[in-house]
Ligand binder design. Structure first.
Ligand code: ZN
Length: 320
């Protein structure tokens, strides 16, 4: 039984891209789910690729922040049940609801409304459940090929070829994970809650406010639109590489722009000269704690992979 394992090394077999597709599809299609635990771990790992280096090591607590955010927004904010029985709750749902009661948090609150210390306490509680039940069984679902893990030291180390695979096909993998998750939720929730379920699941991790990032960038002297260079009056915070690709909010991927550049760019990616400008801009930010895990190389390959994932190139209208 995979979930009982405390330490495991990734199998060192040689895997082709077809193998990775086969293993991932087996995971997504064949697993018998009693809860949504594994879907959410998959979603969190896809989000985490923006934060890890190429060695692939990531602490349980880092992953738990993503898991906690997704679950809070699904279970508390959207009231969606997460187990395959009509009555009763999963351990995660109990953790969330006890936490909500302990601090009398209103159900409408999104995860980002919780204070930093609450977010971290909740992530720790979630980590206990994930450590016990999920990391080992997720490992087994991929025949032990996806990562090594150590429950005592609390980390997973993704196999490098999986990191590349995740980056290269992130959009498709995220879409199919969201789809499978929605199918599961549909079975065990009332039809009323299922209204636009796929878009709820798709945006469950998206932040509602980017104000925090705007403040930091303004403090670091960005006073003109990053794209057209006009002085900023109304300020938009733009994901340089679209959020729908990164599925994560990291300072190094944010720029300030005027409303017209922001809306004209939409879900596209700016041409390469702006990547070079962003690399320069990020050099000025490297001393902030928000830049943890940032490297120029990471920005470069995230840009390349976003293009491979089908995002179109956008050129600002310089006559704006
Ligand atoms: Zn502009």
């Amino acid at each position: 039984m995979g979930w009982r394992l405390d330490i495991a090394e990734a199998n060192e077999e040689y895997l082709t891209e077809s193998d990775l597709w086969r293993l991932t599809q087996q995971f997504l299609m064949n697993a018998t789910y009693t809860t949504t635990y594994k879907h959410i771990l998959m979603k969190s790992l896809l989000e985490c690729t923006t934060e890890i280096d190429e060695t692939g090591k990531i602490d349980f607590l880092e992953i738990s922040k993503h898991v906690a955010k997704i679950y809070w927004n699904l279970v508390i904010t959207n009231e969606l049940r997460q187990v395959n029985i009509k009555t009763g709750e999963s351990s995660i749902e109990k953790v969330l609801k006890n936490f909500q009661m302990k601090y009398s948090i209103p159900s409408e609150w999104n995860f980002e409304n919780l204070s930093e210390s609450q977010q971290s306490e909740l992530s720790k509680n979630i980590n206990i459940v994930y450590k016990k039940y999920v990391y080992g069984s997720f490992y087994s679902s991929f025949n032990g090929t996806i990562y090594s893990f150590n429950k005592k030291e609390e980390w997973v180390k993704l196999v490098p070829i999986y990191i590349v695979f995740f980056e290269k096909y992130k959009r498709i993998l995220m879409n199919v994970t969201n789809y499978q998750l929605s199918i599961f939720l549909e079975k065990y929730n009332s039809s009323e809650l299922m209204k636009s379920i796929l878009s709820k699941v798709e945006f469950v991790s998206a932040r509602q406010s980017l104000g925090e990032f705007k403040k930091i960038l303004l403090q670091h002297g960005q006073t003109n639109c990053f794209y057209c260079r006009k002085p900023l009056k109304k300020i938009h915070v733009d994901h340089f590489i679209p959020w729908s690709y990164t599925q994560n909010d990291v300072l190094w991927n944010f720029v300030l722009s005027c409303p017209s550049c922001n809306s004209s760019k939409n879900n596209r990616i700016a041409e390469i000269e702006f990547l070079y400008n962003l690399i320069d801009r990020n050099k000025k930010l490297t001393h902030t704690t928000y830049m943890k895990n940032y490297t120029e190389k990471k920005l470069n390959y995230t840009y390349e992979y976003a293009i491979q994932n089908g995002f179109n190139i956008w050129t600002p209208n310089k006559k704006l």
